[in-house]
Design a protein around this ligand. Sequence first.
Ligand SMILES: *Cc1c(COP(=O)(O)O)cnc(C)c1O
Length: 444
Amino acid sequence: MRFKSRSGGTVSFREALFQGLAPDGSLYLPVERPDLSGLIRGFDDSTGFTELAAKTAAAIFSPELSPADADTVSRRAFTFSPALRRLDESILLLELFHGPSCAFKDFAAQFLAACMERFLSGETRRVRILVATSGDTGSAVAQAFHGKKNIDVVVLYPSGRVSELQEKQLTTLGGNVHAVEIQGSFDDCQSLVKQAFGDAALKESLGLTSANSINIGRLLPQAFYYIWAMTRRTALGGAANRGADTVPMICVPSGNFGNLTAGVYAWHWGLPVPGFIAATNINDIVPQYLKSGIYSPRSSERTLSNAMDVGNPSNFERLLSIFSGDWNAMRAMIRGISATDGETRQAMREVWDRFGAFVDPHTAVGYKAARDWLGAQGAGGKTRQVIVLSTAHPAKFQDIVRDAVGKEPEIPERLARCLSLPKKAEKLGSRFTEFSGFLREIFT
Ligand SMILES: *Cc1c(COP(=O)(O)O)cnc(C)c1O
């Protein structure tokens, strides 16, 4: 697979991976359209997630990931698996929070880290990943790179603006993970990272690279769990009176639209999916676009599902390119539905009351959208099943869940453990000279 940037040149998977953003500032897009349909038909309930990921990765990223390399990388990355949980006849949750940081971002971050480590083995260079986080991305990335050979990670987060749990997840790993607490906002953190990449001498001498969600190596691995979910025949076909042609819709709680874009690539490359639901909070730029054909980004508003508070989704351009920019083609495949905070709380309560299950606020937005869509289908609709991607463990959002439901989910062991460890972070101001001085000091 080769990737192209706006200015036209194509690069290898390896280069796209280490570049992140193309030198002309644009996003890398896949050049080819691999046909995965034969491969996918060969998967069933007996295909474990790691095996499925390895075979799919080999098919997508050939020739740079040989089947043997894809196997090594997948085994190293995926020591956890998704789970499909049936709520009722109509709605299933695809639980993607069984990884180390308890959110779906673990899948892609783990795969990216394992790929980079594989590509760097046998080389003498070292790379340094810089990542700015408002909470969840940082912990998935930090966990994924922790202990990887020839790689250091620097995670910048805004002081006092992340939850205690999120801060502990970032600051208790140690080793090759350096947490930097910035006296400023998330935008200040992002600006420091941008300035570092813009400083050619610094970038070159320290081998700086990025791991944010626009990196193709973090985008495409998300396709694996869509394929996994759609090939669990027993879980999907278990309901009575359902023909083989009634394949479920997939509903994706979305912010930057990386997750949904990966699912749409899986469909574009041969996964049989009747359609997707793009579920957002009131930052509904994409649902509005689907309705009106007008894309108008705006500044984001704060909501309960804060990982989806995005006013100008950076993967929209990629999503549109899959449909060659054709609004009608995109509308035929993707339905947009948004939820207010009130509706999000109501959905958390409903899932508890009806099924005795906790969902986090992001998953709740997806649940609400799925119910709306099912309701609009009425009795005549052929597709009556929706898989909702469950993007985070409810215990990561204890306060919000407790507020809505009146009870709180138990904290998994891997989260509880970091709460008891001491925080270790470097405190810095938001001036670039301070940050660049710090980088030079620890890495030279
Ligand atoms: C990042 C995130 C999302 C949004 O995913 P995108 O790929 O940015 O659309 C949804 N839920 C949770 C819990 C997240 O952390």
